[in-house]
Design a protein around this ligand. Structure first.
Ligand SMILES: Nc1ncnc2c1ncn2[C@@H]1O[C@H](COP(=O)(O)OP(=O)(O)OP(=O)(O)O)[C@@H](O)[C@H]1O
Ligand SMILES: [Mg+2]
Length: 253
């Protein structure tokens, strides 16, 4: 579904700052309905790659296609949850979530029904009419996820979506995301710093090298679905974890 071939990205410097080669010759692909996680050192180019897939940044060179067509800009079939939860501060929880569907001219009644479902799914019932500044960080991130899902995207791009959540909420969000993914059959590209989160959720984990990013390693995760919380304790899970940790450590150091 997604093909990135020899992607490079150079950010131009300003005045006294040199240019940055963020990504160099990155090649990877993602199949339809696949759940792929990307892990790698901080600053290696993960967010940049996701922004390019969202159509919000352009590669300096290389080909980036979705179902064979080049990505030329943002599109409704791709939703992104940003690393820093970006909500519209002047819109309520409900207003944020229904923003995409309203743009797509979905009827008011359908919008309301969908929004209600996502509000319930994300545990935000009772907060529909609150503004972002009235919510905790974790709640804001759940609104951002609901807003991305409300677009019913074919491709969901998630940039460390659970990074700001407490451990318990994070675990339950992982379970919810798995459920949503199994139900909606969308294709997910998920950036995380947590190797165990990547293993738990993914069909495949891609390790990026330090900057400029290339694909350093890809590992298929052959754990049964749906994944259960106690899978973290199994031998196979721990083996995956030890293997990936070693590779990421080599890059960080
Ligand atoms: N708009 C920009 N202008 C200039 N340089 C940028 C820009 N965006 C990113 N960079 C640079 O590109 C490199 C990759 O940044 P990116 O945000 O993609 O890293 P990351 O892998 O997502 O890191 P983290 O794990 O910390 O979120 C960094 O060196 C960063 O400084
Ligand atoms: Mg990032």
């Amino acid at each position: 579904m997604i093909d990135a071939t020899n992607i490079s990205k150079v950010f131009n410097g300003r005045k006294d700052r040199k240019e940055t080669l963020a990504i160099s010759n990155l090649t990877m692909s993602v199949k339809r309905n696949e759940f792929v996680s990307i892990v790698g050192p901080s600053g290696c180019g993960k967010s940049t790659f996701l922004l390019m897939l969202a159509g919000l940044e352009k590669p300096t060179s290389g080909n980036l296609t979705i179902e064979g067509a080049p990505i030329l800009g943002p599109g409704v079939q791709r939703s992104i949850v940003f690393q820093e939860y970006l909500l519209f501060p002047w819109r309520t929880v409900q207003g944020n979530i229904e923003f995409g569907p309203r743009l797509r001219k979905v009827s008011k009644d359908d919008c309301l029904a969908d929004t209600r479902d996502f509000i319930e799914l994300m545990g935000l019932t009772g907060f529909e009419h609150c503004y972002p500044h009235e919510l905790s960080g974790g709640m804001q991130q759940r609104v951002a996820i609901a807003r991305a899902l409300a677009n019913k995207p074919e491709v969901l791009l998630m940039d460390e979506p659970f990074g700001a959540l407490d451990a318990l909420t994070r675990e339950s969000m992982q379970m919810e995301l798995q459920k949503i993914w199994l139900q909606t059959q969308c294709t997910v590209l998920f950036v995380t710093h947590s190797i165990s989160e990547a293993i738990f959720l993914s069909d495949r984990v891609v390790v990026m090298s330090k900057r400029p990013a290339i694909v350093k390693e890809e590992l298929k995760i052959a754990l049964d679905r749906p994944r259960q919380r106690d899978m973290h304790m199994t031998r196979q899970f721990r083996e995956y974890e030890a293997y990936l940790k070693n590779i990421v450590w080599e890059e960080v150091n």
